[in-house]
Design a protein around this ligand. Structure first.
Ligand SMILES: Cc1cc2nc3c(=O)[nH]c(=O)nc-3n(C[C@H](O)[C@H](O)[C@H](O)COP(=O)(O)OP(=O)(O)OC[C@H]3O[C@@H](n4cnc5c(N)ncnc54)[C@H](O)[C@@H]3O)c2cc1C
Length: 423
């Protein structure tokens, strides 16, 4: 466990407890899990006071459209909010935006925000999500180097679209792949640089990864594998020069970095909550100290169907886990048994992923239509641990049932399953 500490704010601690606003529930973070947690709480506690603190400028919104639907016009900015402002009034939730929680006192159940205001609580839900991994390159503090996590990142890029002709994505993560396709569809020249032979190397097996590379090339996206940027220099007039590890260089206008994300566990660590690859919770969402809960991207939870701890970065999981843990804060006592979905879409290729997905597991691809439609099974000792559905609609429950059954099957039986599911 890391021992990172936030700057202490000890001068507040001398105040008498009666000075504090006190809430029954405090939600730290304003994303998908936060919005769902409110519904979970209210399903079991109609009256308990709720405070939501978020460092963002906006009420909770859906992140997936930031790299897809907003670019192709299938969704407007106005449709992004998870709930309209009235929802928070109706549910009697106090919302404080542009507030960063900087300290948690887990003994006395008090938190402080970046304006020095403190709040006492009975239950705190940590739904602080993830932050992008930073690019370690000389000149990476250039304003042309961008990360892409929040609505502000979308707005900043969108307002520059008119004057941008060339974009480079670096890192080969989900957002890099999706944005490369989205910006290409908007007529931009796009170069993708990724460190392995194919993007999403940690998840996709070689066959699918290389099919994805072919697909990106068919969209006229330039792909550079086995590379990263090590230096960025300003060239003037809004252009920058990127130099790769291998000594090649390119001139571009925007460098979008997506090398994956890391869970924002700093607050939890500083409050002495157990962390590992995320904040460790039990099947109810409880952290290692009473009164603390975590959900969504930041939480490492017992994935009951797999019998192991997992952390899942996915919008459907954030919603379901957030709602479940919110309900448990209000006394529901329901374990999280859901097999969460992680999905992504690259132009017209849709990937739906469930279970344990790691390219180090054995995998098998069953194509229905080569390169267009198929199923990837992730296997351990011939037991299916994870499934990716490629352009295969309405098969999620089918995939979940195969993982839950945990039966050993041979190749013929798996192929027969796919055929039967199509019939
Ligand atoms: C561009 C993009 C596209 C995506 N597309 C897909 C997709 O297609 N499919 C899919 O399944 N998933 C997708 N995801 C992932 C999905 O959006 C996340 O899994 C989901 O948003 C996680 O929700 P969350 O509530 O756990 O965390 P987040 O949505 O990250 O919310 C965390 C919130 O906490 C706030 N916060 C953090 N620390 C503090 C603090 N100390 N004080 C106050 N506030 C704080 C943050 O500002 C943020 O508002 C995408 C993500 C991005 C960025």
């Amino acid at each position: 466990m890391s021992v990172a500490r936030l700057a202490p704010n000890t001068h507040h601690r001398g105040r008498a407890r009666k000075d504090f606003m006190h809430y029954r529930y405090v939600i730290v973070g304003g994303g998908i899990a936060a919005a769902a947690a409110i519904e979970g709480i209210r399903a079991h506690d109609a009256d308990g006071s709720i405070l939501l603190l978020s460092r963002e400028n906006h009420l909770p919104y859906q992140r997936p459209p930031l790299s897809k639907d907003l670019w192709n016009g299938s969704l407007d900015l106005e449709q992004l909010a998870i709930h309209a402002a009235e929802f928070y009034e109706q549910q009697r939730v106090d919302v404080r935006l542009r507030r960063e929680v900087v300290e948690l006192d887990s003994e006395n159940r008090i938190l402080w925000d970046d304006r020095g205001e403190s709040v006492g609580f009975d239950h705190a839900l940590l739904v602080t999500g993830c932050r992008p991994r930073r690019l370690q390159a000389r000149g990476a503090d250039s304003p042309s180097v961008r990360y892409f996590r929040a609505l502000e990142d979308y707005l900043a890029l969108e307002t520059q679209m008119e004057r941008i002709q060339h974009v480079t994505t670096v890192g080969g993560g989900f957002t890099a792949v999706e944005l490369s396709a989205a910006l290409r569809a908007r007529g931009k020249e796009v170069t993708m640089i990724f460190p392995e032979e194919w993007p999403l190397r940690r998840i996709l097996p070689r066959e699918i990864g290389m099919a994805l590379v072919d697909y990106l090339r068919s969209l006229d996206i330039e792909t550079v594998s086995g590379e990263t940027l090590v230096e960025i220099t300003e060239e003037g007039n809004g252009f920058v020069r990127g130099t790769t590890y291998g000594g090649n260089s390119l001139t571009t206008q925007i460098i979008l970095v997506d090398q994956g994300s890391e869970p924002q566990v700093d607050l939890a660590e500083a409050a002495n909550l157990d962390t590992d690859d995320g904040i460790v919770v039990d099947e109810y969402g409880r952290c290692s100290r009473p009164g603390f809960w975590a959900a969504g991207d930041v939480a490492e939870f017992p994935y009951l169907a797999l019998g192991q701890l997992e952390r899942v970065e996915g919008s459907e999981h954030a919603e379901k886990h957030g709602r479940c843990v919110g309900a448990n804060m209000a006394g529901a006592g329901v374990p999280y048994t859901h097999l969460p979905l992680k999905w992504f879409r690259v132009a017209d290729l849709q990937f739906e992923c469930v279970g344990e997905l790691h390219s180090r597991l054995d995998s098998e691809v069953v194509w229905v239509e080569e390169g267009r439609e198929g199923v990837v099974f992730y296997l351990r000792d011939d037991v299916v641990r994870g499934v990716i559905l490629i352009n295969t609609t309405d098969r999620l429950d089918w995939a979940r049932a195969i993982i839950s059954d945990a039966k050993a099957m041979d190749r013929t039986e798996r192929a027969a399953l796919v055929a039967a599911a199509r019939a």
